[in-house]
Design a protein around this ligand. Structure first.
Ligand SMILES: NC(=O)c1ccc[n+]([C@@H]2O[C@H](COP(=O)([O-])OP(=O)(O)OC[C@H]3O[C@@H](n4cnc5c(N)ncnc54)[C@H](O)[C@@H]3O)[C@@H](O)[C@H]2O)c1
Ligand SMILES: [Fe+2]
Length: 429
């Protein structure tokens, strides 16, 4: 195929920009301002990239379907990376049954803890080598998936996990990872992110690398039925944060927008039901699709300052990731809305408001109110003070948040003083 003619590309960009500035594209009836009248109408010089596992299995029974697919991969021995709680409650047995049915050998590393650390990655790697495993199965929420990806990276690339902090730092493909997901959720079963705590610096490192994408992602809502209310709430608010941050991201595009908006719609409709009655399989099913969609959205569009700030709270205080996001979400979006108020029209519509018209101020007010009432209804703590965050740490937290790669795509660039102010607002709201 002939290379694209650069003059033609430049002309196309100019035309899109002109149309969008003239407001003509805003007439589109379904997607309102963002979907067609882009606030960043073109992608730069290299187009867009989309990242997904090779195969994703979703829905009731997908854990069983995973057996045949794992067998087809042809590996001999799996390291199951999980945590002690999931072993204790018997959940891990479901993947053991699958492996036994296809006669694939396994060993278990269950030392992963919430906000997994560099030390846990090293322990898991030692187990992988000792047991001579040739692939990895992560079983659990974001923590086992992230730990498994990091083990997979070190198994083939060597070195320490700190060497791969940043974007696309690995040289070799990681050892294949199959991710069986039990929360809804982080999206980590499908993403190219691995978030690992550096125990010496007390920061969460973001390893962002398309080579850490799992080969197979499995989202069976039956595995999520056992989540207690607080975990359902925190992980559901994490997914909502992914959707909103991806939607307002400076590198969102029509594909990620579609994923993000539908994720918001499902979360607004089903998160309360999933929290109030964990056995409501329809709500669990829809929340599992929602977290998957939100994961697809941020996997390519990235995130924003909610995550950049939440990672610091996780690193210093070891607080649940979803809870940190939920508390920060309205504060950071109120800040963002000053820059991109029109995007909140689409979000308000996804939340079910039909009377917004072109009133961006009304949209912002409704969205912030909805986020806050959803958080309250599902039992998220009110502010950072309740979580034990100390104001004297704001400076350090803000310094590190400004370096977090997730913040680079936030639609409004805060100064350090503004980040401190955002922490202060989230502390007292
Ligand atoms: N890689 C990514 O793309 C990405 C994105 C967002 C967040 N994260 C990371 O994911 C981590 C958070 O993951 P998480 O919120 O899924 O929780 P988690 O994996 O940390 O698990 C939290 C607790 O819930 C328990 N649990 C998990 N599933 C359960 C179930 N079905 N029933 C009962 N208990 C269950 C676990 O045993 C654990 O004790 C954070 O470290 C965060 O930084 C990663
Ligand atoms: Fe997250």
């Amino acid at each position: 195929m002939a290379p694209p003619n650069s003059d033609a590309v430049a002309e196309l960009k100019e035309e899109v920009l002109k149309l969008s500035l003239d407001g003509q594209l805003a007439e589109h009836p379904t997607q309102a301002a963002h979907g067609v009248n882009y606030h960043h109408p073109y992608s730069g010089e290299d187009g867009y990239a989309f990242y997904m596992p090779t195969l994703s299995l979703i829905g009731v029974g997908s854990i069983n379907a995973a057996g045949a697919q794992i067998a087809e991969l042809g590996y001999k021995k799996a390291l199951i990376v999980t945590d002690k709680v999931l072993v204790k409650v018997g959940a891990v047995q479901s993947i053991i049954n699958v492996l036994e049915s296809i006669k694939v050998d396994y060993a278990i590393y269950d030392g992963t803890e919430p906000n997994p650390t560099d030390n846990q990655v090293d322990e898991g790697l030692a187990k992988l080598k000792e047991e001579k495993c040739d692939f990895i199965i992560s079983f659990g929420g974001g923590s086992p998936h992230d730990c498994a990806k990091a083990i997979g990276v070190l198994a083939t690339n060597g070195g320490k996990i700190h060497d791969y902090e940043g974007v696309n730092k690995t040289k070799e493909a990681m050892l294949p990872v199959v991710s069986i997901n039990t929360t809804a959720g982080t999206g980590a079963e499908l993403t190219r992110f691995s978030i690992i705590t550096d125990t010496s610096r007390h920061v969460k490192m973001a390893i962002i690398d398309w080579k850490v994408t799992p080969t197979i992602a499995v989202d069976d809502p039956v595995l999520m039925v056992g989540m207690p209310k607080s975990l359902t709430a925190a992980t559901g608010m994490d997914a909502l944060t992914h959707a909103i941050e991806a939607y307002v991201s400076t590198i969102s595009n029509p594909v990620t927008d579609a994923n993000a908006l539908h994720a918001m719609k499902l979360i607004k409709t089903y998160l309360r039901d999933a929290v109030y009655d964990g056995t409501n399989l329809k709500a669990r099913d829809m929340m599992s699709y929602a977290e998957f969609l939100a994961g697809m959205a941020f996997n390519s569009a990235s995130l924003g300052y909610v995550h950049a700030m939440a990672h610091q709270l996780g690193g210093v205080y070891n607080l649940p990731h979803g809870v940190c996001n939920a508390v920060l979400l309205p504060v950071v979006q109120e800040f963002n809305a000053k820059e991109v108020p029109h995007l909140f029209i689409d979000i308000a519509e996804a939340f079910g408001h039909r009377d917004i018209g072109e009133d961006a101020d009304l949209a912002v007010a409704r969205v912030l109110e909805d986020i806050r009432s959803l958080s309250t209804d599902v039992g998220i703590p009110k502010n950072l003070a309740v979580l034990g965050v100390q104001p004297e740490d704001f400076e350090l937290l803000a310094n590190n948040a400004m370096k977090d790669a997730c913040g680079f795509t936030n639609p409004r660039k805060p100064t350090k003083e503004e980040v401190i102010e955002l922490f202060r607002l989230a502390h007292t709201q």
